[in-house]
Ligand binder design. Structure first.
Ligand code: PFF
Length: 472
């Protein structure tokens, strides 16, 4: 075990860093809209049950594996898996997945930065034009915004675990909470806001079917940053005396609370401006909501509160989304970076340089998916649809591999690491764990029905995404 490995300095440091990873773009718009379209309060209840009963055990497994091994995913699986090929593949998947997700998330973060820049420059009226986003994604200004975002991320990551990730999270996360609360308070004072709250909260169980349940679990899994190697890596920065169990619970609660609170901003804002909105007609895509729909909402808002005030509200919104995205990106880029440092025995600076170069190149390529380079815009064809490089990365890594990685860690705990060793790991820092109900539940579920559910979700996603049929 490496003695020089850096560790988080405190439990709160870890919780804020992991919550920074978990709270992302999906929390702000994707989750509230999915809830409203799929049964409101009924979706919220199902979502909360999934977080507590399926995601939390997987989360503890990732953090426990990381802390036991004191390595990033590749080496963690290799060492604890006693070097067998099968577990090396799991480690490799847990390293390549965050790398590819970082590329796709980077494209969206750069767009958010561009919109933030434009809003702060007083150009809300321009970004609210219906055809603006279509032009924006093929504009060369992308390169300038990409450089700025890369510099910010590297500025944080070069400081390492304590002086970089932990310190940035301690500043950025409270700022994010504050901005969110301010926007909620503001939006709730608008006329008609309560109609949005109603659509969001009143349960309609008739909307719940197999695909809604599948979607809720996938959303919860993704929202807690599971299956991306992030919590294995952050777990490896835990000291043996730290309490993994309580920290995991607090991260899950924080992420869910932020997603829930964001619904009190997103839906009331939509209904205050467009009172006749049919929730069914809202787009499933966070991208089109953030970049096409929301700028128009802020522009309409200027009729009520004036252009200056609407610009301030829009700036806070894009800054909120940017902070949420940056703290997530930092966590995901840390995974391949720390793997690279370990594997090639190089300094953090060198690893960041290599990762920065590779991710920037791929990000630039993925950003040409929207018409700039015809072959990238049309790189594959499946389930009856032409797909761009960006689409393929989202379909393969975001939608499909995450539940597979979750399944693999459950199988790893059950068949290789063994549940008693896993429980012993969680007991360190939490001596009461072995006698708790949570232990009994985690011990049973992680070796039985959780892997079965994740296998079904994985198979259904493959069927839907790549073959255009669904069995749920
Ligand atoms: N939990 C994050 C979110 O909801 O956006 C998931 C995530 C995505 C984390 C991409 C990190 C990342 F780079």
């Amino acid at each position: 075990m490496s003695t020089s490995r850096e560790h988080f300095s405190s439990k709160i440091g870890f919780i804020l860093a992991a919550a920074g990873s978990a709270v992302g773009i999906g929390n702000l718009v994707g989750f509230p809209v999915a809830a409203t379209k799929n049964g409101g309060g009924a979706f919220l209840i199902i979502y909360a049950l999934f977080v507590a009963f399926i995601c939390l055990p997987v989360m503890l497994a990732e953090m426990g594996l990381g802390r036991r091994a004191q390595h990033s995913p590749y080496k963690a699986y290799a060492e604890l898996g006693q070097d067998t090929k099968r577990w090396r593949i799991a480690g490799w998947l847990a390293t390549i997945t965050p790398f590819m997700i970082a590329v796709f998330y980077m494209v969206i973060t750069v767009w958010i930065f561009g919109y933030l820049f434009q809003t702060l420059s007083g150009n809300l009226d321009i970004i609210a034009q219906p055809d603006y986003f279509g032009k924006f994604v093929n504009d060369y200004s992308f390169v300038g915004y990409l450089v700025a975002v890369t510099v910010i991320i590297n500025f944080i990551l070069v400081g390492g675990v304590r002086k970089g990730i932990e310190r940035a999270s301690k500043i950025l996360m409270p700022t994010l909470f504050l901005m969110l609360v301010l926007l909620v308070i503001f939006v709730l004072t608008l006329d008609n806001a309560m109609a949005g709250v109603e659509f969001y909260l009143v349960p309609d169980f008739s909307k719940i079917d197999g695909s809604v349940i599948n979607g809720a679990l996938a959303q919860a899994f993704f929202s807690l940053s599971l299956g991306m190697g992030i919590l294995i890596t952050y777990g490896s920065y835990f000291r043996r005396s730290d309490d993994i169990v309580t920290s995991g619970k607090l991260v899950a609660i924080t992420d869910t609370a932020v997603a829930f609170t964001a619904g009190l901003m997103t839906l009331p804002a939509i209904f205050a401006i467009y009172p006749d909105t049919n929730p069914e007609s809202l787009s499933d895509s966070s991208v089109s909501m953030i970049f096409s729909f929301f700028p128009q909402i802020f522009m309409q808002l200027s009729d009520i509160v004036g252009y200056g005030f609407a610009t301030v509200a829009a700036s806070i919104f894009f800054l909120l989304a940017f902070v949420a995205a940056i703290t997530s990106l930092v966590s995901i880029i840390e995974v391949p970076t720390s793997s690279f440092m370990e594997r090639h025995n190089v300094s953090r600076k060198k690893a960041l340089l290599a990762m920065g170069f590779a991710i920037t190149l791929l990000t630039l390529l993925a950003a040409t998916s929207f018409g700039l380079l015809p072959w990238v815009s049309n790189v594959a064809h499946y389930a009856g649809v032409d797909k761009s490089l960006f689409d393929v990365i989202v379909d393969v890594f975001y939608d499909t591999i995450l539940p597979l990685n979750g399944l693999l860690i459950c199988l790893f705990v059950r068949f290789r690491w063994k549940r008693k060793n896993f429980a012993a790991e969680l007991s360190e820092g939490n001596p009461n764990y072995q006698t708790s109900w949570l232990h009994k539940y985690v011990d049973f579920s992680i070796g039985t029905f959780i892997p079965v559910i994740l296998a079904v979700i994985f198979a259904n996603t493959v069927a839907t995404k790549f073959f255009g049929t669904s069995f749920l």
